[in-house]
Design a binder for this molecule. Structure first.
Ligand code: CP
Length: 317
């Protein structure tokens, strides 16, 4: 594996899941792969789980790990070409990226959608510049359109908890006070569509995701109907994708909050969320604290997904 930015880079899902299982069972078996190799993690945005789980994955593989928060202590970066740099940004990303590449063997990048220009976001301008100019393998730690390490961890978790070969998985929109990117739901949908699960997406009208990500999923605008007989409820907020509302909050309808009444409509479904989650907006305290909530094992599997991907990249160096 050279780069990892989406489900398309992971290859056969069954093989990837088997490799993840091996990593989980024996996390320190591959330390020889990372010896004298440096992992650099670049954050343009905040993180708890991704930062810690990816560092832990690198350490488990015997790597040295460097973490840089671009907005805390680094020079402010200009990202547009052709700009006269007489403002507050003293360094251009086109020098910064190859410099960072010179100091490491593998680069992870977190760069969210900025909601200023939809085509810049959906063309993955920042992530692609790292791929083009770093000279090193690059993996996404959540880009403008996808969060593949999260989705891989979600898939590993569903495989661990599923009680039927073909579970019904429901991705539900839920209310949130701030505009959030579509990366997690896009990515989750993309990975679920790569399985043979029954996959349903439910959201209020106006929150339709890009068709490429919706794929063969059934879209159901009635959340109660979507929840019927579900085996897994995956809650997430996202802002509008469709024009003219791209990147905007167009509803905060609290009737979409996942509560015990909604969960009672399901087949005793497990509750999932990538975290961080706003309680009593996305999900009630009762649901997230219930035995059916698997948000903590889901987060723990972030080490497994990151380590499985890093191991593949290291093996290809
Ligand atoms: N789920 C996830 O990516 O969490 P962080 O934003 O804390 O990394």
């Amino acid at each position: 594996m050279k780069h990892f930015t989406s489900v398309h880079d992971i290859g056969d899902l069954k093989i990837a899941l088997e490799k993840a299982k091996q990593v989980k069972e024996n996390p320190f078996a591959d330390q020889h792969l990372g010896k004298n190799k440096t992992l650099m993690l670049i954050f343009f945005n905040s993180s708890l789980r991704t930062r810690l789980s990816t560092q832990k994955a690198g350490i488990n593989l015997g790597m040295n790990v460097i973490v840089l928060d671009i907005n805390q202590g680094a020079w402010k970066l200009e990202t547009e070409r052709g700009v006269i740099m007489d403002g507050d940004k003293p360094e251009h990303i086109l020098e910064a990226i190859p410099v960072m590449g010179a100091y490491c063997d593998i680069i992870g990048v977190r760069s969210f959608a900025q909601f200023q220009n939809k085509s810049d976001d959906y063309n993955e301008t920042i992530l692609n510049q790292f791929i083009q100019y770093s000279g090193k393998p690059v993996f996404s730690m959540e880009s403008a359109t996808r969060h593949p390490l999260q989705s891989f961890a979600d898939l590993i978790t569903i495989e661990e908890y599923k009680k039927t070969a073909r579970p019904k998985v429901v991705l539900t929109w839920a209310p949130h006070p701030k505009a959030l990117p579509q990366a997690v739901p896009n990515s989750f949908a993309e990975w679920m569509n790569a399985t043979d699960y029954e996959f349903v997406i439910t959201h209020p009208e106006g929150y339709e995701l890009e068709e490429e990500f919706v794929g063969n999923a059934r879209v159901e605008y009635n959340q109660d109907k979507a929840f019927a007989d579900a085996d897994f409820i995956y809650a997430k907020n996202w802002s509008a994708y469709q024009d003219p509302n791209y990147g905007k909050v167009i509803s905060m309808d609290k009737s979409w909050t996942v509560d015990t009444r909604k969960m009672a409509l399901t087949n005793n479904a497990y509750f999932m969320h990538c975290l961080p989650v706003r309680r009593n907006m996305i999900v009630t305290d009762d649901v997230i604290e219930s035995p059916q909530s698997i948000v903590i094992p889901e987060a723990a599997n972030r080490v497994v997904s990151a380590q499985t991907v890093l191991k593949e990249i290291l093996a290809s160096l």
